[in-house]
Write a protein that binds this ligand. Structure first.
Ligand code: GTP
Length: 489
């Protein structure tokens, strides 16, 4: 019956902590287990299909000699047929599997051919060599390729973009997803520069990259990025939790706002004068600072909540929820440290075991609420009577133990007398006003020679039982030293 009551009681006092711990655990498991839905591999697939459609349309344009199909804006750059073929190779390769199968080999071959072609084109451009046939090299007119009198070039920015996209693809083929993600991010920046050029009317930004090529590069970049949606920064941005929501907000506003403000400045003047550029740079840098501040604020809020929870958990793990005293675990941890220190300094320490007399009667007669009040009152008394550097712990049930540091035989006697007399004079509602006072039996163990804490507690416990046997409401003193114990009385 008594055991049942203890269980019931400890269940109620630890309920709050259990609830806290389980909610933290649930949050943790939820965040650990969260996986992106497979929609991103579908998005990657759809973007590649779009890129294939664009590439095929451009090639059809050349075949049927419909200029609009390969030159989206009159008098502006067109997409070179070789560019369209490379784009086709890369888009098809994204759809193929990675496994060591025939299709896997085809995938690697398509990406490799694309990479080698653009790499050679870049070498031709940089070193003025002619490894590629003249109709593919840069900045040379090839009137024979199409009827238009306008130039049609595989430009350096296009070649670099496709080289980077090929590298991202190769990283994916060799299962280096984080690398693939970083390279895909870099690749996307190139068509973005072209888009800005077209939007702001800055021809040097898009150079000879046609709008179609920029769109294809953008689609392929995002397609490769979507393949890595379960990794690194991209996964973090897609997270359904606070961090992800903030990252999405910052990514979108970080793109839309500077772009719109830039567009506004450009619209103010046909020629971008330096003061507008300066203002734009200041806007973008301060905008970045604002974004970082928002991040830091949210991060700090999350971290503060985490610190608070950690503190509560540490407290819950080390203290007794009813009395707020150290629990047994923490008592042993701190007590052992204290004994080591005492051994070094040579100062005597004492361990007391304190047990409330006839506590079961209090519970059975006045109820557990009153029993709890007695436990709290006794623990408060112990905290008041002892010095702040003495250790007080609720050992379990109605038992407490104390470690007194830097003491003497007389000092221990004085403390024990103070404890027993102060507890005897406690007034507890619904108990001491109707029944006998609360008393305790104390077993005191003065540690004269170094012994371990467990042995000292055994000696104190035995002494406490002696005090009970001698009629309760008193202290029994023992002295402990290596391998022996003796009575002080
Ligand atoms: N109210 C309350 N009672 C508790 C708690 N923990 C243990 N108890 C009760 O403490 C009582 C201990 O009873 P006993 O071990 O028989 O000790 P006692 O009645 O003090 O007898 P003596 O030690 O011989 O004086 C049991 O009735 C337990 O149910 C608690 O947290 N709150």
């Amino acid at each position: 019956m008594a055991k049942k009551n203890v269980n019931k009681l400890s269940n109620s006092v630890t309920h709050d902590i259990d609830q806290l711990a389980s909610s933290i655990e649930q949050e943790y498991l939820k965040s650990k287990a969260w996986k992106l839905p497979g929609v991103f591999s579908l998005i990657s697939f759809q973007l590649s299909i779009l890129a294939i459609l664009f590439s095929v349309t451009i090639l059809l344009g050349y075949w049927m000699e419909v200029e609009f199909l390969y030159r989206p804006l009159a008098l502006e750059p067109a997409t070179h047929p070789v560019t369209a073929v490379i784009a086709l190779f890369l888009s098809v390769s994204i759809l193929l599997p990675n496994q060591p199968s025939l299709l896997g080999c085809l995938k690697t071959a398509l990406v490799s051919v694309s990479a080698i072609t653009v790499l050679v084109a870049i070498i031709d451009y940089v070193f003025s060599t002619e490894f590629l046939p003249p109709n593919i090299i840069f900045e040379r007119e090839q009137g024979h390729v199409h009827a238009s009198a306008l130039g049609n070039y595989l430009s350096i920015n296009t070649a670099i973009m496709f080289l980077i996209l090929s590298c991202a693809s190769l990283a994916g083929i060799y299962d280096r997803k984080s690398l693939q993600q970083i390279i895909a991010y870099v690749a996307i920046s190139i068509p973005c520069i072209s888009f800005i050029g077209y939007a702001y009317g800055l021809a040097s930004f898009y150079s000879h990259m046609s709008l179609y090529t920029a769109v294809i590069g953008f689609l392929l970049g995002w397609s490769l990025l979507a393949q890595t949606s379960d990794y690194g920064g991209f996964k973090a941005i897609l997270s359904p939790y606070l961090g992800g929501r903030i990252a999405r907000f910052q990514s979108i506003s970080g793109m839309v706002l500077p772009f719109s403000v830039g567009l506004f400045f450009v619209s103010l003047s046909n020629e971008l004068n330096s003061s507008y550029i300066g203002m734009f740079v200041i806007f973008v840098t301060w905008f970045l600072v604002l974004m970082i501040s928002i991040s830091a604020y949210v991060q700090e809020k999350i971290d503060a909540a985490r610190r608070e929870v950690t503190e509560k958990l540490i407290q819950a793990a080390n203290t007794d929820p009813l009395t707020g005293l150290y629990n047994r675990r923490q008592f042993f941890y701190l007590g052992k440290k204290e004994l080591r220190r005492a051994h070094r300094t040579g100062n005597a320490v004492a361990v007391l075991m304190i047990d409330i007399d006839n506590f079961k009667t209090i519970n059975d007669t006045a109820g557990h609420d009153v029993g709890d009040q007695v436990l709290v009152a006794v623990s408060n008394t112990l905290t008041l009577v002892l010095r702040e550097f003495d250790l007080v712990c609720r050992f379990g049930g109605e038992e407490f133990c104390v470690l007194i540091t830097d003491t003497t035989k007389e000092g221990v006697e004085e403390v024990c007398n103070k404890i027993t007399s102060t507890i005897r004079s406690l007034s507890i509602n619904n108990w001491t006003d109707q029944h006998s006072p609360v008393t305790v039996s104390v077993g005191a163990c003065l540690i004269e020679k170094m012994i371990d804490l467990e042995s000292a507690l055994k000696v104190a416990d035995a002494a406490m039982y002696q005090a009970k046997n001698l009629g309760k409401n008193q202290t029994y003193y023992s002295v402990a030293f290596s391998g022996a114990q003796g009575s002080l009385q």
